[in-house]
Design a binder for this molecule. Structure first.
Ligand SMILES: Cc1ncc(COP(=O)(O)O)c(C=O)c1O
Length: 440
C-alpha cells in the first residue's frame, strides 16, 4: 500500500515549523504534514498544488467549507469597521434573535464564548448557580473539551496522569444504538444504561446533582448514535432529580446531523442548556450557550460580567456566526446534510456487507462513523494499520479521520453529492485493498 509523503514545499514549511511548535497538535496535521494554501467549498489545496476532498471540516468546524463568498464578504466588511469589544452590535442582536427562534422550546437566551471547553465550563457554572448543587454526570466516551473543570467528565483515558480531578464529577455508560455500552456483543445486550445511572447516583454520589451533560451523538468516540429513547429518558431523569440537562451540541448543532440540532432526533426534548461551537462561526472561534429563559437569570452567573469573556461574541465573531447561520438557512444546508448524509451512509452500510474489515456503519446527516476491524471479527484494527489506510487515502486526495479504527466522517455541510461520492469511491478502493492484504 503506498504511503503518503507530503510534497517538498509542504515538508519544508512543516519541518521549519516543527523546530519551534510545541508537541501535541491535532493528529491529522502531524500525520499529513501538509501545509494548506487555500480551500474552496469542500476542497483543500496544499502549497504543492495537491487537491484533497475534505471529509473532516477541521473536525466539524468548517460548516460552510472554505472561502464561501458570503462568508468572505461579511468578514471583510466587518474587519474594516471594528473587530473588538463586547458592545451591542447589530450582527449580535440579529444573531441572538435568530438563535432564540431556532432553538427548541423556551430556549431563549444566548451567551457567547470563543472555544467549546470555555462554553462547557460556563454551562457548569450556570448549573451550579441555578441549582446550588455541586455534582455533574457525563458519559463513557463523552468529550467536552480539555480544561480542568470538564476534564473529569471525559469518558476516556485522556485524563490519565492529569489528576487530581475536580471532585463531584461522574460518568456512566452511554447507550449506543448498535453496540453495547458494557462491551457485550450487541446481539446479547440487554443492558439498561439509565437503570445503571440511577444506581450510580444512589451508590456513588451525595445526591447533589446539578446537571447531566450529554452529546446527542458522541463525536470523539466515533460518531456514536444513541439508542432512540435515551435522550428522552435522560430528560425525565433530570426532571426527577431537579438537575439541569446540558446537551453538548458542539458538533451536532447547526445542521451537522441533518436537523438543526442533534437533540431534535427525538421529539419534544428541550434541554435546559445547549452548548455549541465548531460549525457555529463557520471557522471563526465562536461558541456559546443557548439557555432556557428561566435558567439564564441564576446568579452569580447572571451578574454583570458574571458570564462574559474577552472575545465572546465580539464584532468579528458575531458577523461570522450571523453569516454562517443565514447561509445555512438560505442555502438549505441542513437539508443537504440530511440528503447527502443519507446517501453516504447507504454506501458505508454497503461496505459493511461487502468488506470484511468494516463494521457498525452508523450516523445521521453528515456525521457518519464506522469501525475498521480485523477481518470478520469485532476487534478494532491496530492503529498502525489504520494510519496506513489514512496515508493511502491522502495520497489519492481524500482527507478523513480514518487514522483511528473508529472512523469519523464529517465533511463541510456544503459538500455536493458528486464530491462526497468521489471521496467515498476512493476510500472504498483503499479499504478493499487493505482487506485483501490483511486476508493474506
Ligand atoms: C462535544 C464537544 N464538546 C466540546 C468540545 C471542546 O471544544 P473546543 O475544542 O473548541 O474546546 C468538543 C471538541 O471536540 C466536542 O466535540
Amino acid at each position: 500500500m503506498p504511503l503518503w509523503v507530503a510534497g517538498s514545499k509542504s515538508r519544508e514549511i512543516f519541518d521549519d515549523e516543527q523546530q519551534h511548535l510545541a508537541p501535541g497538535a491535532q493528529s491529522f496535521a502531524l500525520f499529513s504534514q501538509i501545509c494548506i494554501d487555500h480551500g474552496e467549498g469542500a476542497l483543500l489545496f496544499d502549497v504543492d498544488g495537491n487537491r484533497f476532498i475534505d471529509l473532516m471540516a477541521g473536525i466539524g468546524v468548517a460548516s460552510l467549507g472554505y472561502a464561501h463568498p458570503k462568508y468572505v464578504a461579511a468578514m471583510q466588511k466587518q474587519i474594516a469597521k471594528v473587530h473588538v469589544g463586547s458592545f451591542t452590535s447589530e450582527n449580535r442582536a440579529v444573531l441572538v434573535r435568530m438563535l432564540a427562534e431556532l432553538a427548541p422550546g423556551d430556549i431563549n437566551r444566548t451567551q457567547l464564548y470563543s472555544s467549546g471547553a470555555e462554553a462547557v465550563e460556563s454551562a457548569l457554572r450556570l448549573a451550579k448557580s441555578y441549582t446550588g448543587r455541586n455534582e455533574v454526570i457525563g458519559f463513557w466516551g463523552g468529550f467536552h473539551g480539555k480544561t480542568a473543570g470538564v476534564l473529569p467528565l471525559l469518558g476516556s483515558n485522556f485524563k490519565f496522569d492529569l489528576g487530581p480531578l475536580a471532585p463531584g464529577r461522574y460518568s456512566s455508560p452511554y447507550d449506543p444504538a448498535h453496540r453495547c455500552g458494557f462491551d457485550k456483543s450487541h446481539r446479547e445486550c440487554d443492558c439498561d444504561a439509565i437503570g445503571f445511572l440511577k444506581k450510580k447516583i444512589q451508590y456513588e454520589t451525595s445526591n447533589d446533582i446539578a446537571a447531566i451533560i450529554v452529546e446527542p451523538i458522541q463525536g470523539t468516540a466515533g460518531n456514536i448514535v444513541p439508542r432512540r429513547g435515551f435522550m428522552k429518558e435522560l430528560r425525565q431523569l433530570c426532571d426527577e432529580l431537579g438537575a439541569l440537562m446540558i446537551a453538548d451540541e458542539m458538533i451536532t448543532g447547526f445542521g451537522r446531523t441533518g436537523k438543526m440540532w442533534g437533540i431534535e432526533h427525538e421529539d419534544g426534548i428541550v434541554p435546559d442548556i445547549m452548548s455549541c461551537g465548531k460549525g457555529f462561526g463557520g471557522g471563526f472561534p465562536m461558541s456559546g450557550l443557548l439557555i432556557r429563559e428561566e435558567v439564564a437569570f441564576a446568579k452569580p452567573w447572571a451578574n454583570p460580567s458574571g458570564s462574559s469573556s474577552s472575545y465572546g461574541g465580539n464584532p468579528m465573531a458575531a458577523a461570522a456566526a450571523r453569516v454562517t447561520l443565514e447561509t445555512i438557512l438560505e442555502e438549505g444546508l441542513v437539508e443537504n446534510s440530511r440528503r447527502v448524509g443519507e446517501k453516504m451512509l447507504a454506501e458505508v452500510q454497503r461496505w459493511e456487507r461487502e468488506i470484511p474489515i468494516i463494521k457498525d456503519a452508523r450516523g445521521r446527516g453528515l456525521m457518519i462513523g464506522f469501525d475498521i476491524v480485523e477481518p470478520g471479527t469485532d476487534t478494532l484494527l491496530d492503529k498502525k494499520l489504520t494510519r496506513q489506510i489514512f496515508d493511502a487515502c491522502l495520497s489519492r486526495g481524500v482527507l478523513s479521520m480514518i487514522y483511528n479504527p473508529e472512523v469519523r466522517i464529517n465533511p463541510p455541510l456544503v459538500i455536493p453529492e458528486e464530491l462526497a461520492m468521489e471521496a467515498l469511491a476512493i476510500t472504498e478502493d483503499v479499504l478493499r485493498e487493505a482487506a485483501d492484504s490483511l486476508a493474506h
